[in-house]
Design a protein around this ligand. Structure first.
Ligand code: 0O2
Length: 276
């Protein structure tokens, strides 16, 4: 429980962090204890982001190097600020204990994955949700069921184990997975929403809904084109890492000469085994 911090019956604190606050010793101790607890609480979410980002990056590298087709375009992450956590606690009328906050506020740690194509979103979801140590808490598919304003995205709330020196804690992370077109729309809509202090004029709302339709059509057309190109003979289609820019600077695939050497070694071993 967050205590009342101010009291008028004590001396001003000399600690630079709490300077200016008038606190008695008891309150000062409480303040420091709570601050440490809050920091520890926030750190768990930072570590949870690190854990899930590692998973996403491994998938991304695996797709790039082994399947020559990477469904993940961009990955962003954000940790809510302590201030914005407290704002949400107040807005939701949530009990101000760390236990209740972690149960009720599920987007303290957020990861946004942007894909090129609609089908990629579900590939990424399948690849992540099949991992044993990720527990799916909820799935909201605003792609199959867009919000009335046109918002589309797939939201997953997952719990990931975070291994601390004091033991393992399950921590919740919100994943938003969407196409580039959905992301483009949502970013602008978010800005507009805040610019107008949540009271967006009707004619702008109308244009946003129209542009959400256009984004949906673009996603459908791009998906169809993608399917057609994928059905071509793979030898006639250049893999993306050969054709253009790649965000991976590592050249992992061994060169053909090296594979020929490895093949010779295999053949030598085979000959020795058969006495040939
Ligand atoms: P911010 O500033 O991005 O963090 P919750 O509010 O999370 O307790 P809710 O609303 O049921 O519960 O969750 P939902 O619908 O899964 O939305 C969570 C997040 O999705 C939002 O977080 C936004 O980031 C995004 N989102 C949801 N609806 C919209 C929308 O209509 N437009 C845009 N641009 N983003 C949306 P926050 O905390 O509301 O905002």
């Amino acid at each position: 429980m967050v205590p009342h911090l101010f009291t008028d019956s004590a001396a001003a604190s000399e600690d630079p962090d709490t300077a200016g606050l008038v606190l008695d010793d008891d309150k000062l101790r409480q303040l420091h204890g709570l601050r440490e607890e809050f920091t520890r609480f926030m750190l768990q979410y930072k570590f949870a982001i690190d854990e899930v980002l590692t998973k996403v990056n491994i998938l991304r590298d695996e797709f790039t190097h082994l399947h020559h087709e990477n469904p993940i375009e961009h990955v962003k992450s954000r940790l809510k600020t302590p201030e914005s956590v407290l704002d949400k606690v107040e807005r939701k009328g949530c009990d101000p204990t760390f236990e209740s906050i972690s149960a009720e506020i599920t987007d303290i740690a957020g990861i946004r994955i942007t894909c090129s194509f609609l089908s990629d979103i579900y590939r990424v979801v399948d690849a992540l949700t099949s991992q044993d140590d990720l527990t799916i808490i909820s799935v909201k598919d605003y792609i199959k069921n867009p919000k009335p304003n046109g918002y589309r995205s797939l939201h997953l709330i997952v719990s990931v184990p975070v291994f601390l020196s004091s033991g393992t804690v399950p921590v919740t992370v919100e994943l938003q997975i969407r196409t580039i077109a959905m992301d483009f729309w949502a970013s602008l809509e978010h800005k507009i929403y805040y610019k107008y202090g949540r009271e967006v004029p009707g004619q702008i709302t109308e244009q946003l809904m129209q542009s959400a339709q256009v984004a949906m059509q673009l996603d459908t057309t791009m998906e169809n084109l993608h399917r057609q190109v994928r059905s071509l003979d793979p030898l006639t289609a250049d893999p993306p890492h050969v054709q253009g820019f790649s965000d991976s600077s590592l050249s992992i695939a061994p060169p053909v000469e090296l594979i020929a050497r490895l093949l010779d070694l295999h053949l030598d071993v085979g000959r020795q085994a058969t006495g040939g």
